[in-house]
Design a binder for this molecule. Structure first.
Ligand SMILES: *[C@@H]1O[C@H](CO)[C@@H](O)[C@H](O)[C@H]1NC(C)=O
Ligand SMILES: *[C@@H]1O[C@H](CO)[C@@H](O)[C@H](O)[C@H]1NC(C)=O
Ligand SMILES: *[C@@H]1O[C@H](CO)[C@@H](O)[C@H](O)[C@H]1NC(C)=O
Length: 612
């Protein structure tokens, strides 16, 4: 490599022109060079070289993480760079939508090698290159002249066809004049017009985010939804065409350890789709592998839990007093009986019956109150009985007029305490909670089960399961189709939210669409369109009755709260009464039986002794 210090190759002048005109707004440029090229330009550079893609990607990763994410490349095997670049994009944490790559031919003995040109053009046909908007190739021109002439080539990035690997001629640079021929923008793809480029969007039907397979009489394209409207608007803005990529079976899907994936997330991760939508939230595990747009919707996840039932009516007579009060009452009874017994001079005769009678305010016969000592004790007991009896009566009246319910399920703690399973069709519902260290949340995750939609529909009537739903910003709910209106009558929305999430659009790392879609989402927030869309979609496609039932599920009970006394209320008392009657009747029969036998025996004994 013959390099005379101070002598520039002509190509260096061209490179300097490109850097000053097009790359100067960036923090730092990475140079991957085989030859020593001297650049006299302001700005920072990082120079590195390796001759295989593993080593190169390792070096480039360091540079990229430091912000040097535009590249000037001059390698005899330029494909190595593209492979390394792809690795860096996936390994690194720095994301940039508009990375730029300039590729130069190699120079040997002051001559541009000929097969270098072919190798550079081959780069355009690599799949990895199709994900980079701005790739500039500097190729030696075929035209013979005194001066060195370079063609400036990029790929056909826009347009509807599958021909993005076709080279596109941009301009020409002549070393004698040091001038460009046409002075065009050498990095023309700023994503403002894609001329009908096909953008693949991974989605599945999940109301109200995405609806597919709608009757085309209702919506011409047969698809709708809040997320869908965002990408439709995106494509109206930058002139692209949407192609929906589906993996309905796996819904949200996931990324496996072996770098494959399924569902929406897998389709985006494996580049079968450019954009992923449908209620994708800012999950950490996905963030590591994919690009997120700015959030466009805030959702709160909670559950529809079985609503509390009316308490069984036989419990009602017990309700006016708390358990401690009942214990107090029994102690009072024992204590009062004891006092009466002492007052009577340690005579047990009908003490308990008298005390019980007094406590339920029964009058006492004159005969029992033989002395003033007994009278004063009984007098105080009568007052106590009066107070207790009135308190009980008041309590009983209120339990009869206000229906009493089981305790309701309002918080995460309630769900965990009762070991109530909560369920949905996919475990994406727990992605946001996975990394939590809180014991309560960990317990909550263990209670989650996935079930098929049919199973969920069946279980929505069995009162042994809660169902995940989402509360959306414009006051609508995302509820699975499996929750029917009939089921909602017996379900109630919980008070506490399990978690709050931000919905995003997912893309491949450093996707060229990220910047542009962020701008669009900013505009949508600004205009309030997102809230309007959510309301429109909800009114048009969601079951309005289910929405209303869920929204008012907590206030339903208030309406039917005060009601006249019905048989239902006193049923319990009658049950107790009936049990009492049956018991006393049985005891009566038994006594009768026992005593008649005794009497007979006695008679027999008597008659035998008489005859003897
Ligand atoms: C990458 O950077 C880290 C720290 O910033 C440094 O320790 C490491 O040696 C670098 N690796 C290479 C190959 O330069
Ligand atoms: C959008 O793309 C189509 C298809 O390539 C093209 O004909 C049309 O002119 C483009 N529209 C705009 C506004 O550039
Ligand atoms: C990757 O792993 C998943 C699940 O672990 C498996 O289903 C799939 O077949 C694997 N794919 C490949 C290509 O090994």
């Amino acid at each position: 490599m013959a390099l005379l210090a101070g002598v520039f190759w002509k190509i260096e002048i061209l490179l300097q022109a490109i850097i000053t005109n097009f790359l100067n707004s960036y923090i730092c440029v990475t140079m991957v060079l085989e030859n020593n090229i001297i650049l006299k330009v302001p700005g920072s550079f990082m120079s590195l070289y390796a001759n295989n893609s593993d080593d190169l990607s390792y070096l480039m990763l360091n540079a990229s993480e430091m912000g040097c994410s535009d590249y000037i490349v001059q390698l005899s095997e330029p494909k190595i760079f593209i492979t390394a670049f792809e690795k860096v994009v996936h390994m690194g944490n720095v994301r940039r939508s508009d990375r730029k790559i300039v590729m130069l031919p190699t120079i040997n003995e002051n001559l541009v090698s000929v097969n270098s040109k072919e190798k550079l053009l081959n780069v355009l046909s690599m799949k990895e290159t199709s994900f980079i908007a701005n790739v500039l190739l500097i190729l030696p021109s075929d035209s013979h002249s005194e001066c060195e002439i370079y063609d400036l080539i990029t790929h056909k990035f826009v347009g509807p066809g599958e021909d993005s690997n076709e080279p596109v001629y941009l301009d020409k640079w002549n070393s004698c004049t040091s001038k460009f021929d046409k002075n065009v923008n050498l990095f023309p793809y700023d994503m403002s017009n894609l001329y009908g480029k096909v953008v693949k969007v991974a989605a599945f039907t999940y109301k109200p985010y995405v609806l597919l397979d709608i009757d085309t009489n209702i919506t011409p394209r047969g698809r709708d939804g809040v997320d869908m409207r965002i990408v439709e608007e995106f494509c109206r803005w930058i002139n692209c065409t949407i192609e929906v990529v589906r993996d309905d079976e796996h819904e949200w899907g996931e990324i496996y350890n072996n770098s494959t994936g399924v569902g929406v997330i897998g389709n985006v991760f494996e580049d079968r789709a450019d954009l992923g939508i449908t209620a994708l939230y800012s999950w950490y595990e996905e963030y590591v592998a994919l690009d997120f747009s700015s959030p466009f919707l805030r959702t709160a996840v909670t559950c529809l839990a079985p609503s509390p039932r009316l308490l069984a009516s036989w419990e009602m007579p017990l309700l006016p007093f708390s358990p401690y009060m009942w214990i107090g009452l029994i102690l009072t009874f024992i204590y009062a009986s004891f006092a009466l017994m002492i007052a009577k001079g340690f005579v047990m005769d009908s003490v308990f019956l008298t005390t019980f009678g007094i406590m339920v305010t029964q009058s006492q016969s004159e005969s029992g109150l033989s002395s003033w000592r007994i009278r004063s004790v009984v007098g105080w007991m009568l007052i106590t009985g009066l107070v207790l009896d009135n308190a009980y009566g008041g309590g009983l009246a209120s339990t009869f007029t206000l229906p009493k319910y089981e305790p309701s399920i309002d918080t995460i703690q309630d769900v965990v305490d009762r070991k109530l399973t909560w369920s949905a069709t996919h475990d994406a519902w727990t992605f946001s909670l996975k990394l939590s260290q809180e014991p309560l949340i960990k317990n909550l995750i263990t209670l989650f089960r996935t079930n098929s939609a049919e199973e969920l529909k069946r279980r929505s009537f069995t009162r042994d399961m809660a169902f995940g739903i989402e509360k959306l910003p414009a006051d609508n709910f995302a509820i699975g189709e499996y929750i029917t209106k009939e089921a909602t009558l017996d379900l109630m929305i919980m008070l506490e939210e399990f978690y709050v999430e931000q919905a995003v659009v997912m893309m491949r790392k450093s996707s060229m669409y990220t910047n542009k879609i962020n701008k669009l989402i900013g505009r949508l927030h600004e205009s309030g369109l997102l809230l309007a869309w959510e309301t429109q979609v909800s009114l048009q496609y969601l079951d309005y009755e289910v929405q209303l039932e869920v929204r008012f599920s907590r206030s339903k009970a208030d309406v039917e709260n005060i009601e006249p006394l019905a048989l239902r209320h006193v049923q319990g008392i009658f049950i107790l009464y009936a049990i009492g009657i049956v018991l006393s009747f049985l005891i009566f029969l038994m006594e009768n039986f026992v005593y008649t036998r005794k009497a007979k025996k006695l008679q027999q004994n008597l008659s035998t002794s008489m005859t003897a």
